[in-house]
Design a protein around this ligand. Structure first.
Ligand code: ADP
Ligand code: MG
Length: 250
């Protein structure tokens, strides 16, 4: 399979996306197509624009030129449509961002009831299924602070999944976790990948990238420098910047 394109049906399509923060050209002519069911791992040095890329796909950031479509539809600028379309893009951050004063169950049911207009009974049933899937069903009536970081992050994944997103974005989901909790979160993500979820994952966990990624995208200084299969990328990176990066982390 040629690694610069996808053989899957395109789901997330970025075309010539440019964004600045003041003088900083943080996203430079970004072209990226993520196919339905595909897992794309984004790696690169700190400050290269990986988080900005995720946030721009979810319209938490604006961009100046180019286009981004999800399942053929552009993300609208604002309003109700944006809330609904944004729900198609699940996002899990480094910090778990659970609602501290709501129970785990309520954290997972809130969005589906509000945005997806699900009944409480339906939302709760689905929430319990998802909490079981990520292994925290026993914590449903607790509050976030009563859970470990790994458990909270698994709840954050369940909460995103409860919205039935078309694509899940993960921005360094394990980098705030104690080492012993990293694998329990990566295992949930690996399982999710196996269910056919479309995923864009920013991570420094190269084991996960090798295991779960269909493609690796290497970013540096606001550019996508290289796109490759994990096999190609880790054994034979083409660019000097990728070689340099891998030399530092492996
Ligand atoms: P990464 O996630 O790859 O570490 P980021 O996307 O967070 O990179 O940041 C890319 C660059 O943009 C960095 O130089 C960072 O300092 C800058 N940056 C990020 N967010 C903002 C912002 N809100 N305002 C100004 N500069 C920002
Ligand atoms: Mg980042």
């Amino acid at each position: 399979m040629p690694s610069d394109t996808t053989t899957h049906e395109p789901l997330v399509v970025l075309t010539d996306v440019n964004k600045h923060f003041g003088q900083l050209h943080v996203l430079q002519d970004i072209n990226l197509t993520v196919g339905r069911g595909e897992v794309v791992v984004v790696i690169g040095p700190s400050g290269s624009g990986k988080s900005t890329l995720c946030r721009t796909i979810n319209r938490l950031e604006t961009y100046e030129s180019g286009s981004i479509t999800i399942d053929g539809q552009p993300l609208p600028e604002e309003g109700k449509e944006l809330a609904r379309l944004r729900a198609d893009v699940g996002m899990v951050f480094q910090s778990f961002n659970l609602f501290a004063h709501k129970t785990i169950l309520d954290n997972v049911t809130l969005g589906p009831m509000k945005v997806r207009k699900k009944s409480k009974a339906d939302a709760q049933q689905r929430a319990r299924e998802l909490l079981t899937r990520v292994g925290v069903e026993a914590q449903a009536d607790k509050y976030p602070a009563q859970l470990s970081g790994g458990q909270q992050q698994r709840v954050a994944i369940a909460r995103s999944l409860a919205m039935d997103p078309k694509v899940m974005l993960f921005d360094e989901p394990t980098s705030a976790l104690d080492p012993e909790m990293i694998n329990e979160v990566l295992d949930v993500m690996t399982q999710l990948a196996q269910t056919g979820m479309t995923m864009i994952v920013v991570t420094h966990e190269m084991g996960f990238a090798r295991r779960a990624a269909d493609r690796v995208v290497f970013m540096s200084d606001g550019q996508i420098v290289e796109t490759a299969t994990p096999e190609e990328f880790f054994t034979n990176p083409r660019s000097d910047r990728a070689k340099d990066f891998l030399g530092k982390i492996l």
